[in-house]
Design a protein around this ligand. Sequence first.
Ligand SMILES: Nc1ncnc2c1ncn2[C@@H]1O[C@H](COP(=O)(O)OP(=O)(O)OP(=O)(O)O)[C@@H](O)[C@H]1O
Length: 319
Amino acid sequence: MTTTSHALAIAARGLHKAYGEKKVLDGIDLAVPRGTVFSLLGPNGAGKTTVVKILSTLIPADGGQAQVAGHDLAADPQAVRAAIGVTGQFSAVDGLITGEENMLLMADLHHLSRREGRRTAAELLERFDLLAAAKKPAATYSGGMKRRLDIAMTLVGNPRIIFLDEPTTGLDPRSRHTMWTIVRELVTDGVTVFLTTQYLEEADQLAHRIAVLHDGQIAAEGTADELKRLVPGGHVRLRFADPAAYRAAASALRETTPDDESLTLRLPTNGSQRELRAILDQLDSAGAEAAELTVHTPDLDDVFFALTSGTHQMAEATR
Ligand SMILES: Nc1ncnc2c1ncn2[C@@H]1O[C@H](COP(=O)(O)OP(=O)(O)OP(=O)(O)O)[C@@H](O)[C@H]1O
């Protein structure tokens, strides 16, 4: 760890968690500098929510230790809770009451005076574009509005660290972009954001650092660019309509990864004109015509799939 623990909003070492026989977290280390966005990526069921629940004191870890906002999770959970906000799959929004009432309830929970509570609620409702709907029951809100209300409610307590558990899952693209703007504004205000997401693009857009959770461990961690460098070069994908052409191409081209079902071949390439021409020349010589040719430069998807889909592809990724 290069950053001193003082500068870290979240520091965890060796977190373990099992549900019965099932090991969910098998030694997780995390270091999240203050004022940054840290994204935890992982396939469904990888344990992202479990990490969020542990770090936000909702459930205890079986092993390991962590400090959040400088407070030890086990020794001082109250201080941790006072410093953080959590939104996500276990949303605090009550659908039966209005957005404004939800906000005022939060203000009460944080012991704000009536006047201060009203002021904070009005300010946040406006900031999150919810003023027009403030007097309507939250159950009538769209998915995006509910998420915005959830974050607005979290901000009533002015937390310095916010856990966002899959904040944009199920949102349409416009609402997703609004959420991204909100996250960026939070960080501008100096808030640390711990974000779990299934969307690689989201991590790429927002996160200063990304950790990929797989098999209960952090399979890789770094900036989006560092992670992309784990996957060398790009590839060309050739799809064939004719099985005979597919077979001819497969034997003519070297280093291909075939997929017999979809009649596609994948070849590593740097995407240069020279390499592409060489591939096309070889196809021509073999008399094989591809129905489709796509050139692919590495992105977070490649890293994610390489890291989370077994040893064969991992070896391929790091070769
Ligand atoms: N209370 C529980 N009892 C038993 N098993 C649990 C419990 N909570 C979670 N699990 C299991 O632990 C694993 C990790 O769950 P978790 O919710 O942390 O994953 P996740 O990465 O957040 O996935 P998703 O994206 O689907 O929410 C899953 O296999 C889940 O079924």
